[in-house]
Design a protein. Structure first.
Length: 360
């Protein structure tokens, strides 16, 4: 990566993105970061034991890896703790490629986007500085982002004033795209499947279109996979409801429209690239002749792995009033995490049952 010309996020924004800086400075307090993060922690406590989250939040949690030759630090994003099966899929793919991998994530490794949205540029950089210190502690060959929204933020903001030294910073999509022939040879599942791609990566419309094209080339390489395009796609793609201002669109429900277009195109699966989109979209699956799948799990499945989307299961059960069924299924996790019956019921009602999710 070429040497950057700016020493801080504020300096970069003032010089290169003054209109964007002016926009966010007018939104002080627009996002309740504490509430967002607390919801993720609450939901995660239902899904997986705290001591088996797989995500590394600090180099001190993986000291054995500090002494190894780490190929990849994969940044999973803050709120991926709500979708542990996506973390599993990511690790299965990278480890199948023979990579020594550190799955870095959680709120100690935020890209700073929520602080940035609140106009707090100084805190946004401080938070992001900590993320990069944690990445660099492992001295990897690559630092990649699984979450395409995190990549959009990093590409737009972080790389405006950072110059990674000794490792390559890229997205998981590009990383896998460069190894697509190897993945093709590794594929165990080759049954025909038709997919549509949901090109919604972030709340600022920073969608890296190059990533969207690389994703298509990646999936086209996998045996048995056919891609169909929706009415709105690529540069004209529709977001889902997550972080979208519905008043700007002619559709009452953007997610419903995306599903309908995917169904009309003949897709069996609707592939999403942002785990926040996945959390929003899964509750629409029962209403259409297709279902959504995160790209990491889709690729992992083609490699022969199987995943339980417990996030989807619990959300659908909560919306159908099956709270006791969730409690029975989650009992070992709740006990291990010290979550009482009453607290678990509160999490299910408040965080899983709402009919429309627009925030983390």
């Amino acid at each position: 990566m070429s040497e950057v010309d700016h020493e801080s996020l504020a300096e970069y924004l003032e010089a290169e993105e003054s209109e964007l800086l002016e926009e966010v400075e007018g939104k002080e307090g627009a996002v309740n970061k504490g509430s967002h993060n607390n919801k993720s922690r609450r939901v995660a406590a239902l899904l997986r034991k705290h001591d088996n989250q797989k995500i590394v939040q600090s180099p001190h949690q993986a000291e054995h890896l500090l002494q190894q030759d780490v190929d990849v630090v994969v940044h999973m994003g803050c709120h991926s703790i709500q979708t542990p099966h996506i973390v599993d899929g990511t690790m299965d793919i990278l480890e199948s490629l023979g990579m020594t991998t550190v799955p870095l994530g959680g709120f100690n490794n935020c890209c700073g986007i929520l602080d940035f949205q609140n106009g707090d540029v100084e805190t946004a950089q401080s938070v992001d500085d900590n993320r990069f210190r944690n990445i660099e502690a492992f001295d990897p060959d690559y630092a990649i982002t699984e979450c395409t929204s995190c990549f959009a933020t990093s590409d737009k903001l972080s790389m405006g004033y950072r110059d990674p030294d000794g490792y390559e910073f890229t997205s998981m999509i590009e990383f896998l795209h460069d190894r697509r022939e190897q993945l093709r040879e590794m594929a165990e599942v080759t049954d025909p499947v038709t997919i549509a791609l949901h090109d919604h990566y972030d709340g600022f419309d920073w969608t890296p279109i190059d990533e969207a094209h690389m994703a298509r080339e990646l999936f086209e390489t996998l045996p048995g996979v056919e891609i169909v395009e929706m009415e709105h796609t690529l540069e004209d793609g529709l977001p889902c409801n997550f972080y979208s201002d519905l008043s700007q669109w002619e559709y009452d429900d953007l997610t419903e429209q995306v599903y309908q277009e995917a169904a009309d195109a003949g897709a069996d699966l609707l592939i999403n690239f942002w785990h926040a989109c996945h959390r929003n979209m899964v509750v629409y699956d029962p209403h259409f002749p297709l279902e959504t799948r995160n790209y990491a799990n889709f690729i992992g499945e083609r490699l022969g792995f199987e995943y339980r989307d417990i996030t989807k299961e619990y959300k659908l059960a909560a919306r159908n009033g099956k709270i006791d069924a969730i409690l029975n299924d989650a009992a070992p996790v709740l006990e291990a995490n010290g979550i009482s019956d009453s607290e678990a019921r509160s999490i299910i009602r408040e965080d899983l049952a709402p009919q429309q999710d627009k925030g983390c």
